[in-house]
Design a protein around this ligand. Structure first.
Ligand SMILES: *Cc1c(COP(=O)(O)O)cnc(C)c1O
Length: 446
């Protein structure tokens, strides 16, 4: 009973020096819970006494825990440039700085300064995007998943959409083309076989209830060997002949020529757009290298219809997205590719990566590490099975233990053939110094 009587009052925390500068309401709420916990433990004889100072420390710890960041920067040393679990594309500090004027001030987001009246949110990026892509019109929504949903819901509700069985993909667990189609109200008419679909398969599926012929980029897998897919141009032609819409869900769209031979299946946006698709859509944060967004491009009359769908209000983008996207597009127009970190990382030569890795090896010492040639993937559901040359630092030691030790310091590497690798393809030069300190602190302990 004695111990119970000595339990501190919540007010006592207010005067304790530990809590100077704390939010009193928040701190007292935490204190009340902690003191009550101790009271219950004393009543139920789980403990016999308590230490008041230790209790105060515990309250402070719980208070501080509330302010620990949940989102933290990581050092991506996996080599996977578009790592969906690590935030896909990076935004350059320069572009963020350029966009911050709009983000941190009132803006003409929906205000027409010339007329002094309400303006159009979607007009801002559209001028730049139309120039970049050379299309009639564009529309930007929250992500590419919403773009797919909006397009299907607007043009194919209760009507059929013809898709190849080889393209009924699932992306990242929660996005499955057949499910999305069902939710949007469109009716899936699947044609062909998993490995082969011909133009005649699409042609035979067309009936009076068909609204659209759709092509979906396979994104995170590829069918090798005995396979055949219809080129978008033929699909477009067939759709036009039957007065139907054609739509290509590209997933990842890229603007400049990539430095690797990607084979005949990967086309740049400009190559796809030369066959004049009715509509295409792609993600803003995959190979395009900007913010999370769904970019829709194509015929102006169709974009106008999309804008009339009430759903758009639910999928609309914020000024943060629009201003950053505008800066990325302007960087493209100026060919400032160094401001698109996704491309910058992809464009680094192995000679360049090797030089940087050798520099780190020199500091760490060759007893602890070595520079190795390796291969990596693009990730983010882009360029499946396409390996890129890369250079990694092999940190010697037990791979699984090293993986954990580095992860504890927020460095994510990869294990290959029982070796722990730090892949320079995704290591930003700006964090190299920090990484060196972390490597030193870990290999020094071994
Ligand atoms: C990635 C992808 C999507 C989804 O795009 P988000 O921007 O992640 O919403 C849809 N379709 C294809 C083909 C994709 O590759």
């Amino acid at each position: 009973m004695n111990a119970l009587r000595t339990l501190p009052k919540v007010d006592k925390c207010l005067t304790h020096s530990l809590f100077e500068g704390c939010n009193a309401t928040l701190m007292m709420k935490i204190a009340r819970t902690k003191i009550e916990e101790i009271r219950q433990q004393l009543i139920h004889k789980e403990i016999e006494s308590f230490n008041e100072e230790a209790l105060m420390q515990e309250i402070k710890k719980a208070y501080d825990a509330l302010f620990e960041p949940s989102l933290k920067p990581l050092i991506n040393a996996t080599g996977v440039i578009l790592h969906t679990n690590m935030g896909r594309s990076l935004i350059s500090k320069t572009l963020l700085d350029r966009a911050s004027d709009v983000i941190c001030n009132y803006s003409n987001l929906e205000y027409n300064v010339e007329l002094g009246s309400r303006g159009e949110r979607y007009e801002h990026v559209s001028r730049h995007l139309k120039e970049l892509l050379n299309v009639e019109d564009v529309l930007v929504v929250n992500n590419n998943a919403s773009a797919v949903f909006l397009i299907l819901n607007t043009f194919a509700k209760n009507r059929e959409v013809v898709v190849s069985r080889g393209e009924l993909v699932e992306i990242g667990g929660s996005f499955r083309i057949p499910e999305v189609m069902k939710q949007s109200g469109a009716i899936l008419n699947e044609v062909g076989a998993t490995n082969k679909t011909k133009v005649t398969d699409y042609a035979n599926a067309i009936n009076e209830n068909t609204a659209m012929l759709m092509k979906v980029h396979q994104s995170n897998f590829s069918i090798e060997g005995f396979s055949e897919a219809v080129e978008y141009e033929s699909l477009k032609q067939l759709a036009s002949n039957h007065n139907l819409l054609d739509y290509y869900d590209l997933g990842s769209g890229y603007v400049p020529k990539l430095p690797y031979n990607l084979g005949h299946r990967e086309h740049s946006l400009s190559e796809i757009l030369t066959c004049n698709p009715s509509l295409i859509s792609f993600s803003g944060d995959k190979l395009f290298g900007s913010v999370q967004a769904g970019i829709i491009a194509g015929r102006a009359d169709l974009i106008a219809k999309l804008k009339k769908n009430q759903l758009l209000r639910m999928l609309r983008v914020d000024k943060i997205t629009l201003s950053l996207l505008e800066e990325s597009i302007k960087a493209y127009l100026r060919e400032e590719y160094e401001q698109i970190p996704t491309l910058w990382l992809l464009f680094r030569t192995t000679e360049d990566l090797e030089q940087r890795a050798l520099h780190v090896k020199e500091i760490i010492g060759e007893n602890a590490c070595e520079v190795v040639d390796s291969e990596t993937y693009m990730g983010g559901g882009t360029l499946p099975n396409r390996r890129f040359p890369t250079i990694a630092l092999h940190v010697k030691g037990k791979a699984t233990a090293l993986e954990r030790q580095f992860r504890e310091k927020h460095v994510i590497g990869r294990i290959e053939n029982d070796q722990f690798l730090l892949d320079f393809r995704t290591i930003l030069p700006s964090i190299e110094e920090k990484l060196i300190e972390i490597i030193k602190s870990i290999v020094g302990k071994q």
